[in-house]
Design a protein around this ligand. Sequence first.
Ligand SMILES: [Zn+2]
Length: 260
Amino acid sequence: MAKIAIGAGHGYNTPGKRTPDGEREWSFNDKVVTAAIDELKNYENAEVLRLDDRTGKTDVSLSTRTTAANNFDADILISYHHNANTGNWGSWGGTETYHYPGSSGGSALAREFHPVIVDAMQLRDRGIKTANFHMLRESAMPAILIEGGFMDSTTDIKRMRSNSVLKQTGKDLAKAIAEYFNLKRKSSGGGGSKEYVEIITHSLWTYNSADWDDKAVIVNEGEVFTVIRDKFKVGGGYMYQIKSGLYITANPKYVRYYKG
Ligand SMILES: [Zn+2]
């Protein structure tokens, strides 16, 4: 069992923590942390404790956060933030990761996860640093504090305003956490191996529901879809349900079914 304590710091309304245009730091942090937690649900034996208020309404105190992580007996702690320099727009920027001075566990975590964030954010690499922050000092487990980018950077803010960038960063962080703990990805269905259909006719309709009249979109020869519901009878024929939620004929004249 891997126990992960993760937090987006602060609260939505914490004074100061905003861009020169008034966007809130917590909102940026939250997108990364929420995506990371969602992605970790795809792994076995991952137990996650979120340290901040997921609604953003309250600013959970630093000592409440570290006490919660310690009581949870977390294996690692990740505090996710975005930086600020002067509070006015400037040309500085970049990603940096902190651990407590002299903490070998924290240092190892930073070396593991900092490059992942740099890679995902595509901002300047400001490196791994040490600081006597409460979250790093008072937590009993290896802990890092990540600053994904600068809220008052004219370059960084462009990446930070992209929901897909923040979401992908969280997902990449979760994958790195899973790798760190050697967690196994949950299998999507029974039996372990996935089932697929490949289109073997020129083009073919899919259906919005299990109804031959409820046509959705056309798919083409060579396209492959993951089957999420095995062949079942619909009217005079058979259908599969595929991963997008759509339905498709199970007639072997048009589709080839296989396990992979
Ligand atoms: Zn912060």
